[in-house]
Design a protein around this ligand. Structure first.
Ligand code: NAP
Length: 245
């Protein structure tokens, strides 16, 4: 059976103003999808992503929403459905990181990390699922991290949020497996984005291949998961050989 054609499908990529999210949005557009571009604060960058998508001949829409807020996520998905149509592909990518000493991680740090990185995935999935179920087709892709597998270099709050996404992946995948909806996680390590270059004290030498990864190397895997109907409940590692499963 051929891989699924993404032409005319509507994708929502959260945190698509820059980094991995922008690369995923462009790769999905190049594969034929119309793409809704979510961001939190960088409107100009999100508009630039949209204009690059339109340059590929696809429709696009930029949407400001804090993905940790239920009302904002629901309003965002309603706006996409009204403009582009029902969401068929969710790339739950928006995320934050902070590298702190263990004793410095406050309850507020924990709550913010879990809300932006993990609760967001539940909120976005809940909002797009009725549309996917009605179509009998859907692709849900969560951006986890090597931190879920090894603890990583950031902190327990980040690692826990990313490990939580793997539980979410397994549960949704199991519940939705007969409905044409696949659910998978991508676990990158040290991709050269602002998250790494501005926030983390790390150098490429820690990676076995000896360099940071590129957002495009992650985006390619996201498109593969969007086109493949037989992979579900899996974690795909894109980590330069740092963690081998
Ligand atoms: P990034 O360059 O820091 O970009 C983060 C994106 O998330 C931006 O578009 C940002 O929007 C958006 N965002 C942050 N908080 C948000 C919120 N509350 N609501 C809506 N949007 C929000 O990050 P990245 O490196 O591309 O990482 C993308 C994902 O991959 C994250 O989930 C990250 O944890 C995961 N990941 C990354 C790496 C890596 O090495 N880079 C490794 C493992 C996992 P604004 O531009 O508007 O601020």
């Amino acid at each position: 059976m051929a891989l699924d054609d993404l032409t005319g499908k509507v994708a929502l990529v959260t945190g698509a103003s820059r980094g991995i999210g922008r690369a995923a949005a462009l790769a999905l557009a190049a594969a034929g999808a119309d793409v809704a571009v979510n961001y939190r604060s960088r409107g100009a960058a999100a508009r630039e992503t949209c204009s690059l998508i339109r340059g590929l001949g696809r429709r696009s829409l930029e949407l400001r929403a804090d993905v940790s807020q239920a009302r904002e996520v629901a309003a965002m998905v309603a706006a996409i459905e009204g403009d582009l149509g029902r969401v068929s592909i969710l790339v739950n990518n928006a995320g934050i990181v902070s590298q702190k000493h263990l004793a410095e991680i406050s309850e507020a740090d924990w709550d913010e990390m879990l809300a932006v990185n993990l609760k967001s995935a539940f909120l976005a999935t809940r909002a797009v699922l009725p549309g996917m179920r009605a179509q009998g087709w859907g692709r849900i892709i969560y951006l986890s991290s090597i931190a879920a597998q090894t603890g990583g270099v950031t902190g327990p709050h980040y690692a826990a949020s990313k490990a939580g996404l793997l539980g979410l992946t397994h549960s949704y995948a199991r519940h939705l497996v007969r409905e044409g909806i696949t659910v998978n996680a991508v676990a990158p390590a040290l991709i050269e984005t602002e998250m790494v270059t501005r926030n983390l004290a790390v150098t490429p030498e820690v990676i076995p291949v000896g360099r940071f990864g590129t957002p495009e190397e992650v985006a390619e895997v996201i498109v593969m998961l969007a086109r493949n109907g037989y992979i579900t409940g899996q974690t795909i590692n894109v980590n330069g050989g740092w963690y081998m499963s």
